[in-house]
Write a protein of this length. Structure first.
Length: 186
């Protein structure tokens, strides 16, 4: 294996693994499954918990496969699906540039996983990369269709009077709106 390819695998795969485990387990400063699920619900990715598990498992599992060089086309397809879903749900409407919350980083990651897929197989690399892209697009479309078909979560009961001082929570990084902001930023 070439050193550049190894470094790309380790960096991209390792960071995907870390990002997925942030969602699933709260590792590496992440918010964990419940807060991520709540944020996903608020972004329209319903049901939030199922989508949070799917995204976290795709990122953690796909990242691990990519970093180790195992089943690279499978890793590329699930990671592409996750990044396309992020573009569709969060980043696409903000334009291409990351400074505005756009999708440039997601596109670079998709290109990196597809390039690794292509170079892994001398004879059929381009076909495998194309198949991974197609499978990822189908997966993202499926996630979008499933989320749009799922009912919205019930609205929280509202009271006529403001909550008492002891009922108000201090600003907490694990609150859904803060998790949503973090997810939108990266």
């Amino acid at each position: 294996m070439k050193i550049g390819r190894l470094l790309l695998r380790m960096a991209v795969g390792g960071f995907f693994f870390g990002h997925g485990t942030q969602k699933l387990f709260g590792w590496f400063g992440g918010h964990g499954l419940e807060a991520t699920a709540s944020a996903f619900d608020s972004m329209g990715l319903r049901p939030g918990k199922a989508n949070a598990i799917a995204a976290g498992a795709a990122e953690a599992g796909g990242g691990a496969l990519l970093a180790t060089g195992l089943a690279t086309p499978v890793a590329a397809s699930v990671l592409t699906a996750t990044m396309l879903t992020a573009i569709e749900t969060v980043h696409g409407k903000k334009g291409p540039w990351l400074t505005n919350g756009g999708y440039e980083y997601n596109v670079v990651l998709i290109a990196a996983v597809l390039a690794l897929t292509e170079v892994d197989s001398e004879r059929s690399g381009a076909k495998l990369a194309g198949a991974a892209l197609l499978a990822g697009a189908i997966g993202a479309a499926g996630a979008h269709l499933a989320a749009s078909a799922a009912p919205a979560p019930p609205a929280a009961a509202s009271s006529e009077s403001p909550p008492a001082a002891e009922d108000t929570a201090p600003v907490d990084e694990a609150r859904p709106e803060n998790v949503e902001q973090e997810l939108q930023n990266g």
